[in-house]
Design a protein. Structure first.
Length: 94
């Protein structure tokens, strides 16, 4: 990330600023508000990891990308098997 005026970054990015200035801003523009349960930077991170894995990314590369020391932590982010549409409950024919 660079400062648009000077071209340099003089301080680290602030997580609170990222949430308020980027995540919430664009979320609200498409109709996602803070009232949506689980809408946070961390959920976006998990979604990005799952999306990468769904598109055949190597889990070791995703682990490195997320900065996890252990691949078991990365597996916690993998929500491919937790899709509501795959729930056995939805398979019941009434």
């Amino acid at each position: 990330m660079k400062n648009n005026t000077t071209g340099t970054l003089n301080k680290p990015l602030n997580p609170t600023s990222i949430y308020k200035e980027v995540v919430r801003y664009y979320g609200e523009r498409i109709g996602i508000t803070t009232a949506v349960h689980g809408f946070c930077v961390h959920s976006l991170r998990a979604t990005a990891a799952t999306n990468a894995l769904e598109h055949n990314a190597d889990i070791a590369k995703v682990q490195e990308w997320l900065g996890h020391a252990n691949v078991s932590t990365t597996r916690l982010y993998d929500k491919r098997k937790h899709r509501p549409e795959d729930s056995p409950t939805l398979r019941v024919d009434y």
